[in-house]
Design a protein. Structure first.
Length: 101
């Protein structure tokens, strides 16, 4: 019984990791997306401000929340993350932010 539970647990974790490692769908805006979808965006960071424990970046008019310390203002970036609802609007919670040259 314990062995079966362990095997099921390992398989479940493997499926979750595989889900999170998939490349996100590249989008231009968050219109029509559902909460929990993994997407990626590219663009220039127009605004950056402290927000709670992280930062709120505005990339091509899309709000992106990250728990990061680097400064991205004025840089061209590629962001991959998950769509989440923040009180009434959608925003992107960043997993990966890569500065493009």
């Amino acid at each position: 019984m314990r062995r079966t539970a362990l095997i099921i647990g390992i398989l479940g974790l493997g499926i979750l990791v595989a889900f999170l490692l998939t490349d996100g769908l590249e989008v231009q805006n968050l219109d029509g997306l559902n909460v929990g979808e993994i997407v990626s965006i590219r663009g220039l960071v127009e605004q950056e401000r402290k927000f709670g424990t992280g930062k709120l970046l505005i990339v091509n008019e899309i709000p992106v929340f990250c728990e990061c310390e680097n400064d991205y203002l004025g840089k061209n970036v590629a962001v991959e993350g998950i769509v989440e609802r923040f009180p009434e609007d959608l925003r992107l919670r960043a997993f990966i932010i890569e500065v493009l040259d």
